[in-house]
Design a protein around this ligand. Sequence first.
Ligand SMILES: Cc1cc2nc3c(=O)[nH]c(=O)nc-3n(C[C@H](O)[C@H](O)[C@H](O)COP(=O)(O)O)c2cc1C
Length: 366
Amino acid sequence: MKKAKLFEKLALGPVELWNRIVVAPMCQYSADDGSATDWHLQHLMQLGMSGAGLVMVEATAVERRGRISHNCLGLYSDSNEAALARVLAAARRVAPAGTRFGIQLAHAGRKASARRPWEGGGPLAPDEDPWPTVAPSAIPFGEGWHVPAALGSEEIERLPGLFRRAAERAARIGFDVVELHFTHGYLLHEFLSPLANRRGDRWGGDAAGRERLPLAIAEEVAAALPPHVAWGARITGSDFAAGGIEVEDAARLASALKALGGSYVCVSSAPITADVRLPIAPGYLVPLAAEVRAKSGITTRAVGGITEPRQAERILAEGAADLVALARAFLSDPRWVWRAAESFGIEIEYPPQYARAKGMRGEAAA
Ligand SMILES: Cc1cc2nc3c(=O)[nH]c(=O)nc-3n(C[C@H](O)[C@H](O)[C@H](O)COP(=O)(O)O)c2cc1C
């Protein structure tokens, strides 16, 4: 059998992955008051059987007002927990043995109360049942967005407990990995970035102040998870904006998360304010992942414009990252892992129901 780093095992703390290919978290905007629906059932069953070593479930709100839209997934109620338990159990039943499942826990902060992308995105209008949003400071994401209320210190102190309770629900359901969403312009990114956090109290100011809440959340979640569940975080590699987060900040946060027992970071980015434009190109965030990995020594996941097996393999072979996550490539080709294995001459187990298709190209089938 041939070799490719993509198909080498990797330990994410206590969780062994059978390969280094990750389905990135992808919001489906298809939940019912935070509860997963049949859409999630088909989505995660399909991606569960993809052969990826780790399948990440989308940003999942730790409280109702922390959803991006009316239809975002949540883990803030018993019904949310029951609905997601049904979906995960079904996905596990069809996934190759050894497939791991993770969930991303999130709070949308000032980007909450928004329309689904296919309904135009942007803030909900007064006749669309909007709700009040919160953030470190009362500064909107952009023109026309809801002005968030600046969180009071009592409300801030409640947040680690909200993340802990959702993490406990995730562990009870049977997730292998819990990921904290610290980027993409949502609440914890808002605390971390000087462009959104203008607080003068202990939750803002210098880097230590801005990192205080995300690290308190990580500490609380770490203490609550059973030892067989790994946790990590998705962080901002750069805000791509003057005065914003730089890669040195990302590396410092990654080191702090590692010291708290975090098993990995995923180095990502998305606008912290509506006017930021990212330099999107194939693999454009990979150099940031490489720098975070080199400076912090934490297991690092690269993401962003990774579409081709050889490109993914090169990222790992060059030591820029330890694993790769793909989002859009998995939506357009849920068989990406099979194609990658084939292109490297690597044999992987196919579901027996589909295995007969292998080697039958051009032959008549019945
Ligand atoms: C439909 C869709 C939904 C997404 N939802 C999330 C999400 O829930 N959480 C997150 O961190 N990123 C989310 N993202 C970003 C992806 O995880 C990924 O970082 C981004 O798409 C870049 O990777 P790609 O070039 O492989 O698509 C989403 C992306 C897409 C396309």
